[in-house]
Design a protein around this ligand. Structure first.
Ligand SMILES: CC(C)(COP(=O)(O)OP(=O)(O)OC[C@H]1O[C@@H](n2cnc3c(N)ncnc32)[C@H](O)[C@@H]1OP(=O)(O)O)[C@@H](O)C(=O)NCCC(=O)NCCS
Length: 187
């Protein structure tokens, strides 16, 4: 499919481009990014350039739909639907540049991405969220979006650094998105 641009009250979401490579590379230096995502570490500009090129192919294939999250046009984070199967499921993933965290941007961006995923043409039945056990920031984000905690994936996540226990949650197209209790989140 052709890359889709989404807009929210404060954000623009559009395919990452080479113009974003410096900002992506700088943001990926934060140790919290490789700690909780599959991004390589060390991360240099060639990784960002490679990712930008792949993102264009993945949009064409409709396999992974990746958006750069932009404030006033500047790249501040990444969000995507991975392993996308129209009429079936996809997995949401996101990460923000450290300086842009704490403003609710990722939650706002994710609402738009979830609405897009459940609407035509993708018409997803289910969107999944997975995170390495302990990633409370991501868990809070997912819970506030209406994801429901579904369980623990023992050594169920893998990246360049090895295997990890994972949390899994899901949201269905018809779900009420009111936040539900999650066992590892007290409030
Ligand atoms: C996860 C991440 C994208 C959240 O970004 P953010 O800009 O802080 O998110 P928001 O401002 O929209 O806040 C979302 C929720 O996370 C909570 N939160 C943010 N940072 C937190 C932290 N360090 N510990 C616990 N909760 C945190 C907020 O309080 C908010 O919860 P609420 O909705 O219950 O009030 C960001 O921390 C990040 O990029 N982390 C590194 C990469 C990563 O972990 N990606 C996800 C992989 S599964």
């Amino acid at each position: 499919m052709q890359p889709v641009t989404l807009r929210t009250a404060r954000l623009g979401l559009s395919i990452p481009t080479l113009d974003d490579a410096d900002a992506i590379t700088a943001a990926a230096q934060d140790p919290e990014v490789p700690r909780w995502t599959t991004l390589p570490s060390p991360y240099d500009r060639s990784h960002a350039e490679d990712f930008v090129a792949k993102a264009a192919v993945w949009w064409q294939e409709q396999s992974e739909l990746t958006w750069g999250i932009r404030v006033d046009g500047s790249w501040v984070g990444m969000i995507g639907l991975h392993r996308t199967i129209a009429g079936g499921s996809a997995e949401i993933g996101y990460w923000m540049a450290a300086a842009a965290r704490g403003h609710g941007y990722v939650t706002e961006a994710a609402r738009a991405v979830i609405d897009f995923g459940f609407a035509e043409p993708l018409s997803l039945a289910r969107i999944e969220w997975r995170a390495v056990v302990g990633n409370l920031a991501s868990a809070r984000t997912a819970r506030s979006l209406g994801f429901r905690y579904e369980g623990l994936l023992r050594q169920g996540l893998s990246d360049l650094r090895g295997r990890h226990d994972g949390w899994i949650a899901g949201i269905l197209a018809a779900d009420d998105r009111t936040p539900q209790p999650w066992p590892m989140l007290a409030d």
